[in-house]
Design a protein around this ligand. Structure first.
Ligand code: 6LW
Length: 491
């Protein structure tokens, strides 16, 4: 059985540095500045990019894929789209390589001189079937792309896919210079993936995620004198995992290393915060955590005892007074949120969403009651709860897989109504309850409280977490006057 979470310790082991649906972190440093990117799946704009001076406090600079030419609309299913980007910097240029799973798993690179953008259109490397590309430059300056290959042609005779493969590439021309070669088959756990290569002293280190991204997830390492192997596995593999422990943060893996200006090293990795009765339900996705790296006998050793100065401030109020949306806003149906007239957010039938960042929270949307509108807590398009307002009728609805139901309705009065949803302590054995209500001329009232487990990754499957999404219910555009998100405390 899963132990209850909430050890209440404000340290890096239990507190994400970037909470919410921000998995597969990759980090690079330029001088005193760190830049970090995450997977974004079906959500557009794609690949959130963050800046920090201390690795602990991160500010979102924007998103890397902000144009149709970079990430076309129309992702076919939840948890497809953009996977596991890597960010690197060399000679004044930032590189992000990633996978668009939507197009059959193609590896692409985009570049920028300013990490806040604009980023170039993607260059696609043909014939590299797989995920999780990494870029590294050999001592002679040539560039290698190392990735998790899912290509049958690379399947070892006595082994299973995936394998870690590598190919020399010409970044300027966007071509590969050779056939991909298998360089590593992992340390023996399932699903070797998420490779990253680093030069330290006389060694090349190859970091991998292994064990799959669920409870068995782990970080492993191998090293070689040459960038293309042969690699030897660390005797202590996996060098980091929470598997088979009762620790409140689970599924830890898919890491990236970075060297600080003082020569010490740090690691970012993904983890989840499951709650509730067995098997434990995580609901806000896979989040970014920070660890410290020590080196012993030429191998990295992971320490999670860093003290974090404060929980990140995730609260926000948007009154949409400007014409540009904050980069936190995304769309699940692949439509890029564009500029809007100042003074309220005009909504069409495409949704506008923000990632949930906390375990307990309140979200309010002040909506113009003259057009039908919906506020949804979405895990994916088949797992959601929502409150709708249509004229003076408010209704709470739910969809869990093929089952759809109307839970409760009520009358609302006034020109502007506040739709409210809160994630609060569970009344059953789930991770939380999601309660829906409204505030109007008659005050605040709650319509329904629903078990949060059905909007969890353990129930829905996939790689994502909850978002809060707003959209017009019918053909008439709806208007959101303002939106407010407030964490309610994670203890
Ligand atoms: C990603 C893989 C993984 O490509 O999850 O946790 C996949 N690791 O490396 C999707 O994020």
């Amino acid at each position: 059985m899963t132990e209850p979470s909430g050890a209440g310790i404000r340290d890096a082991a239990t507190t994400p540095v970037i909470p919410g649906l921000f998995p597969d972190p990759s980090v690079c440093r330029v001088g005193e500045d760190y830049y970090l990117v995450n997977s974004s799946f079906e959500y557009a704009p794609g690949i959130p990019i963050w800046h920090s001076r201390d690795l602990r406090t991160w500010t979102q600079l924007g998103n890397v894929l902000t144009r149709e030419t970079q990430f076309p609309a129309g992702v076919s299913a939840a948890s497809r789209g953009i996977y596991a980007p890597t960010i690197r910097h060399r000679d004044g240029t930032f590189f992000v390589v990633g996978t668009n799973v939507e197009r059959g798993g193609e590896q692409f690179v985009v570049t920028a001189t300013d990490p806040a953008g604009p980023w170039s259109d993607p260059i696609v490397f043909e014939g590299l079937g797989g995920i999780d590309p990494d870029l590294a430059w050999d001592d002679d300056g040539s560039c290698v792309l190392t990735y998790c290959a899912l290509d049958e042609a690379l399947r070892p005779e006595d082994g299973s896919l995936p394998v870690i493969a590598q190919v020399r590439v010409d970044l300027d021309r966007g071509i590969r210079l050779e056939e991909p070669r298998v360089i590593w088959r992992g340390s023996g756990l399932a699903h070797p993936e998420g490779p990253h290569l680093y030069r330290r002293g006389d060694w090349w280190y190859l970091l991998t995620a292994e064990g799959g991204t669920e409870r068995g997830h782990a970080v492993c390492v191998a090293r070689s004198r040459a960038i293309d192997g042969p690699f030897e596995a660390a005797p202590a593999n996996p060098i980091f995992s929470r598997r088979s422990t009762g620790f409140p943060v689970q599924n830890t893996g898919h890491a990236d290393l970075v060297e600080r200006p003082d020569g010490s090293w740090a690691m970012v990795y993904l983890g989840v915060r499951p709650r509730g009765f067995t098997p434990g339900f995580h609901v806000v996705g896979r989040e970014t955590f920070l660890a410290r790296i020590a080196w012993a006998d030429g191998w990295p050793v992971v320490h999670t005892d860093n003290v974090l100065p404060a929980r990140p401030d995730t609260s926000f109020t948007d009154d949409f007074s400007g014409t540009e949306l904050h980069p936190r806003w995304v769309s699940a149906d692949g439509t890029l949120p564009g500029p809007h007239p100042a003074g309220g957010l005009a909504l069409g039938s495409h949704d506008l969403a923000v990632r949930v960042r906390d375990l307990r929270w309140r979200f309010e949307a002040h909506v113009d009651a003259s057009a039908p509108v919906a506020l949804r807590v979405r895990l994916d398009d088949q797992h959601w709860y929502e409150i709708t307002l249509d004229g003076d009728a408010a209704e709470v609805r739910a969809r869990i897989g093929p089952l759809a139901a109307s839970m409760r309705s009520a009358r609302a009065t006034g020109d502007v109504v506040t739709l409210v949803v809160e994630a609060v302590d569970a009344t059953h054995d789930g991770p939380d309850d999601l309660r829906f209500g409204l505030v109007d001329a008659d005050g605040e009232r709650w319509l329904a409280a629903l078990d949060g487990r059905y909007l969890s990754t353990e129930v829905a499957g996939g790689f994502t977490g909850r978002v809060l999404s707003l959209r017009a219910l019918g053909a008439t555009p709806a208007r959101v006057v303002s939106a407010r998100y407030l964490p309610l405390g994670d203890e």
